[in-house]
Write a protein that binds this ligand. Structure first.
Ligand SMILES: Cc1cc2nc3c(=O)[nH]c(=O)nc-3n(C[C@H](O)[C@H](O)[C@H](O)COP(=O)(O)OP(=O)(O)OC[C@H]3O[C@@H](n4cnc5c(N)ncnc54)[C@H](O)[C@@H]3O)c2cc1C
Length: 476
């Protein structure tokens, strides 16, 4: 049966098709603990090839899973049994840039850092800088609505997408959005695709909005006293996003110490750290921004002087290595991604510490403090019943505090059962309505994002993945 599928796939697609077992193993993973078993990996030759592939998938009912760099953390790019992985990492051309009108058109496989490097000589940049920016693609960034430290000042990827070209699950080519700076022609269909995790269409071209590159971007590292209220710090700094403060990050003491040990980070190892980015045109403005910031921090009890990184990107690359450095030391571990209103940060931290204590494991915490967004890590295998209990407790805590189960990493397979609880039945019905229009046969990334057994519109059966007997379990 599988050989028949392979033959008909080979007869359909002009691009490169890979069946080698070692390749299938590689493309069966993302950066979650889930494991998939695809039947093939296809790198389509062009958009017509993508259309042919989607039509083939509709005829054969073989699932398709779009893939950029495969760095997703919730199983988004892990293929279900027998699926075809659509590898778009080779579609990495920068097609056109207009630095005056502030947009760039590119293939979805372009790596975020490569895009930034290419834009720099034009004096513009694409603000979202996830920790994975050195490898993650802009197609993946759009499909997961990725954020990064700079999202404090500039917002998530969602704010920076102007136009998308896609092949929907129907096999139709579609172009959503517009290059113009503003438009008022009905609801914004671009936003349906942002964060859709490859469940509605395969992105074949992306047009992004850009921002003027500041002359200077300084990174500041400030040790925090253990008694400080992080809610107060975050609320004090939030309004400064309009005055050149573009990132407000937290590394707890344990994580800062791991980075000092593993990555030779030159910062104090005796305290939790606030990592900040200040933008300025010149030295004078940078000094003034630094002074204003220090005064604001003093007002909330933060007294120690900052260490300055002349190039903030160095700081973000170091901060982005937090997860990998923890992996080297503590793997496997539960790593979560929740956000709460700034007023609830202190309470969230109390609950996270209690969860770690109950589980009898240490807590490593880092995240985007200025947005109330945190990545708590617990040194416990996420695929075990104990790991699942910890994940569930964290997600429940976030929801109880008026927050979200996914601040930036998306839903994928692992959080699918929390979608209905967070969004409510009407929104879930609407999501299914959109899914039915764009992907009537449910061939695009089944089992991800859409709760399989919920919604009055019905759902797709959840395809099998190994690695976890169950995703986390919501409490009603
Ligand atoms: C060390 C590390 C740090 C990270 N830090 C952050 C962070 O700070 N912020 C953050 O938001 N995330 C972070 N992530 C998560 C991840 O890197 C992001 O979600 C990123 O946007 C995924 O990009 P990718 O190219 O790897 O996408 P993939 O993992 O390949 O795919 C992700 C999803 O997008 C879909 N997709 C990919 N390309 C397309 C396409 N062309 N058309 C349609 N769908 C597509 C896939 O089907 C899948 O559902 C981190 C991950 C790691 C490993």
């Amino acid at each position: 049966m599988e050989s028949v599928g392979r033959r008909s796939l080979a007869e359909t697609v002009r691009g490169v098709i890979r069946f080698a077992p070692a390749e299938l193993v590689t493309f069966g993973h993302d950066q979650s603990f889930l494991v998939g078993n695809p039947m093939a990996v296809v790198a389509p030759a062009d958009v017509d090839d993508v259309v042919a592939l989607v039509r083939w998938a509709r005829r054969t009912r073989v699932p398709l899973v779009a893939r950029g760099a495969g760095t997703s953390l919730e199983g988004e790019s892990v293929p279900p049994e027998g699926a075809v992985v659509v590898d778009l990492s080779g579609w990495n051309a920068l097609l056109e840039v207009d630095p005056e009108e502030l947009w760039v058109r590119a293939g979805p496989g372009l790596v975020n850092r490569d895009l930034q490097r290419a834009l720099r000589p034009h004096g513009v940049f694409f603000p979202p800088n996830p920790g994975s920016w050195t490898v993650a693609t802009i197609g993946g960034n759009v499909a997961t609505n990725a954020s990064g430290p700079r999202s404090f000042g500039y917002g998530p990827t969602r704010f920076w997408v102007r136009e998308l070209e896609t092949v929907l699950g129907t096999g139709e080519r579609a172009r959503f959005g517009s290059r113009v700076a503003k438009r008022s022609v009905g609801p914004d269909l671009v936003q349906l695709l942002v964060g859709s995790e490859g469940t509605l269409g395969l992105l074949t071209e992306v047009t992004l909005r850009l921002a003027p590159l500041p002359e200077r971007r300084e990174g500041l590292v400030v040790p925090l006293p253990s008694s400080v209220s992080l809610s107060r710090v975050a609320r004090r700094l939030r309004p400064m996003s309009r005055r050149g403060l573009s990132a407000v990050e937290l590394l707890d003491r344990a994580t800062a110490a791991v980075l000092a040990e593993r990555r030779n980070a030159e910062w104090p190892a005796d305290a939790s750290l606030l990592l900040l980015e200040v933008e300025a045109h010149d030295d004078r403005e940078a000094a003034a921004g630094r002074e204003a910031l220090i005064a604001s921090l003093r007002a909330v009890g933060v007294e120690r002087s900052p260490t300055v990184f002349a190039d903030a990107d160095e700081l973000w690359t170091l901060r982005g290595a937090s997860g990998v450095a923890l992996d080297e030391r503590t793997r496997p571990r539960v790593r979560e991604d929740v956000a709460v209103p700034l007023t609830q940060i202190d309470e969230l931290l109390v609950r996270l510490r209690a969860i770690a204590e109950n589980a009898g494991v240490p807590l490593y915490l880092y995240g985007h403090l200025g947005e109330g967004s945190f990545h708590p890590n617990f040194t416990i295998d996420p695929a075990t019943a104990a790991g699942r209990r910890v994940r569930t407790a964290v997600l429940n805590a976030a929801l109880e505090l008026g927050g979200t189960v996914s601040s930036e990493h998306g839903i994928g397979r692992l959080k699918v059962d929390f979608v209905a609880r967070e969004l409510g039945p009407s929104a879930v019905d609407l999501l299914y309505g959109v899914k039915r229009c764009c992907d009537p046969d449910g061939i695009l990334n089944p089992g991800k994002l859409y709760p399989p057994s919920l919604g009055r519109a019905g759902g797709q059966p959840s395809p099998s993945l190994s690695g976890s007997p169950d995703p986390a379990t919501p409490t009603p």
